[in-house]
Design a protein around this ligand. Structure first.
Ligand SMILES: Cc1ncc(COP(=O)(O)O)c(C=O)c1O
Length: 406
């Protein structure tokens, strides 16, 4: 109901940080906060927050903030609130889940990781596997395209496979593997899937069931929220796992996976961020889940158009080498400029008011496979919903100038 539109000027006006004059093309590293999220975090603190589980109103507010946040994250990815584990960030939660899952593994079992992934969805599994006597198998990237062919999983999987960890999108090349097909293959041998949705979530509608994600990890600071991570799973699956925890802390699911006292005010901000994402498609109606799907579809289309301009501009420059050309990808460009280190390019662009990242960006295996990890990686320009054409032009102008800078 209602019509879905995408008005980038209205979106940009919601973000106070964008008024500092810089082009924030560093969204893949972390996004800025809209005013409504900043205000919601401040309002939660101002209203008074107690520890959850007490008899007084400030404590009730903490409980309501937490359950509201679980519902919001569930709406964002198509999960259920009782399956939403909240924590400080994806890396911390993934180590936590790796420990809990590894306790169910036996020597000789196998896990499959990929060279497309951010190291946060690789190293926790390798380290847990080493402690449990479990074999690690690798899914490889086609370096000429940046794709992670799903067909290779048929030969990587066996009746000993317990887990397949794979990203829904590469944080440097943007590649979006065929996660649903990989999950189908994993499930055919009764393995679980751990899908890293940190880079994918801000760029596309997400449905954990369509992806076949037994676990789906995301981080709110990549989609206009505070620094909070979440892992979403079926509560029935979580019931089967028993992470290390205090004797005195709740044993219920999902609380049993959450350590210590949460950042309540930030959790309120996460809910505001989800509501903000649901509003990005303009004036449209329906459940928050339905609005999120419409809005994120509009975001994906908008970013796609902007990315075509960005890629076209970079491809036209002879002094630029671009990495990755997967047909399905987010609006994330990774490139090098002849005669300049990635760090120099980022510094030059910063001087032109353009924020980009340089380095391996924790895509440790992938930059190693590309042969650029030890030489400083490359430059990453990542578009999100609040970027506009003038920012893309500013980046392209700066990179073009570098042809004449020695
Ligand atoms: C694809 C991807 N996975 C995982 C992470 C780690 O997320 P967090 O900072 O929440 O631990 C990042 C962060 O950049 C990422 O881009």
């Amino acid at each position: 109901m209602g019509s879905v539109t995408f008005d980038v000027e209205a979106v940009r006006a919601a973000y106070p940080a964008l008024r500092d004059g810089y082009a924030y093309l560093d969204g893949a590293a972390g996004t800025q906060l809209p005013e409504v999220v900043i205000d919601t975090v401040a309002a939660a603190a101002r209203a008074g927050i107690g520890n959850a589980g007490g008899a007084f109103p400030a404590s009730h507010r903490a409980s309501a903030i937490t359950s509201g946040c679980r519902q919001a994250v569930a709406d964002l990815v198509g999960g259920v609130p009782d399956g939403v584990i909240l924590g400080p960030n994806m890396t911390t939660l993934t180590y936590r889940l790796a420990g809990a899952l590894a306790a169910t593994w036996r020597p000789g079992d196998e896990v499959v990781v990929s060279r497309l992934d951010h190291d946060a969805n690789v190293r926790p599994w390798i380290q847990a596997a080493a402690r449990a006597g479990v074999t690690v198998l690798w899914a490889d990237v086609d370096i000429s395209t940046g794709e992670l062919p799903a067909a290779q999983y048929d030969s990587l999987l066996s009746d000993r496979t317990r887990l397949v960890a794979v990203t829904a999108a590469s944080n440097i090349l943007g590649t979006r593997p065929h996660v649903a097909a990989i999950s189908r293959a994993a499930h055919s041998v009764d393995a679980l899937t751990y899908i890293d949705g940190v880079h994918a979530t801000p760029h596309t509608p997400v449905d954990v069931r369509t992806l076949g994600a037994d676990f789906y990890a995301t981080s709110a600071y990549k989609w206009s929220g505070p620094h909070i991570g979440a892992v979403i799973a079926d509560p029935a699956l979580l019931e089967t796992l028993h992470p290390d925890k205090l004797a005195s802390s709740p044993d219920a699911v999902p609380e049993r996976f959450e350590l210590g006292t949460p950042a309540y005010a930030d959790l309120a901000g996460v809910t505001a961020a989800v509501d903000h994402l649901a509003s990005l498609g303009g004036e449209h109606y329906g459940t928050r889940r339905a609005r999120l799907l419409d809005s994120m579809t509009a975001v994906q289309e908008y970013e796609g158009r902007l990315f075509t301009d960005l890629l076209g501009g970079l491809e036209a420059m002879e002094h630029v080498t671009l990495y990755g050309k997967a047909p399905s990808r987010t609006a994330t460009a990774y490139f090098n400029v002849a005669g300049h280190t990635p760090a120099d390019v980022a510094a030059y662009l910063a001087g032109r008011g353009v924020n980009v990242w340089n380095g391996h960006n924790y895509a440790w295996e992938l930059t190693g496979a590309l042969g650029i990890r030890d030489s400083g990686g490359a430059v990453r320009a990542g578009l999100v919903h609040y970027n506009d054409r003038s920012e893309v032009d500013r980046l392209l102008t700066g990179v073009a100038e570098l042809a004449d800078v020695r």
